[in-house]
Design a protein. Structure first.
Length: 189
């Protein structure tokens, strides 16, 4: 059984609460934090600053959100809100990125951790490299942007490329994009 920390019992945990309107009712945001907590047991343990946010519905007390973070930033009543906001933003960015890689045409799943020798690592790196190139293309290539906008989802775009390259040879990327633009009756950019 996991032993609970003793910080609340000795009064080391500071707490700040805000009442906020959510658009549907009020919620109570409770921030708890403590500075210089050992990350693990032992005399040479790294000391970190710990904080958590719990959001509960004001009327019922139902927990809407709970998460905790560690940081090297000093936590005070003035700094706790921006630190927690940054932590929530980082989690949101990571979750959205992982959602795209898993569900929107890249098929990155947890099972890539299994495999012979280095195959799994190579497959993950190739998927991440493809995602990087598609992100750069979205920023820099007008033809790519037009096709993506016309086709909607990444999955549709990838399925179309897969079908076209199965039955037709293209000399290069530009010829493939031009062919797709002509087929969709879009003017090349």
């Amino acid at each position: 059984m996991k032993k609970s920390p003793c910080w609340p019992k000795i009064g080391a945990v500071a707490q700040v609460s805000d009442r906020r309107w959510t658009g549907h009712g009020y919620a109570v945001w409770t921030y708890r934090y403590v500075n210089q907590v050992p990350l693990r047991a032992g005399p040479k343990a790294l000391a970190v600053n710990w904080c958590e946010l719990t959001i509960v519905r004001a009327t019922t007390g139902a927990v809407l959100y709970h998460n905790a973070w560690t940081t090297d930033h000093q936590l005070t009543e003035d700094t706790i809100r921006p630190v927690v906001s940054a932590g929530r933003s980082r989690c949101k960015i990571e979750n959205e990125n992982n959602n795209v890689l898993k569900n929107h045409g890249y098929y990155l799943e947890h099972n890539y951790g299994h495999g012979q020798q280095y195959l799994a690592a190579v497959v993950v790196m190739l998927i991440l490299l493809a995602f990087l190139f598609h992100t750069v293309l979205q920023l820099c290539d007008e033809k790519y942007r037009r096709l993506r906008a016309a086709l909607g989802t990444r999955k549709t775009f990838f399925d179309d490329i897969r079908a076209l390259t199965r039955y037709h040879y293209f000399r290069g990327w530009e010829q493939l994009l031009d062919f797709m633009l002509a087929g969709l009756e879009l003017t090349p950019g």
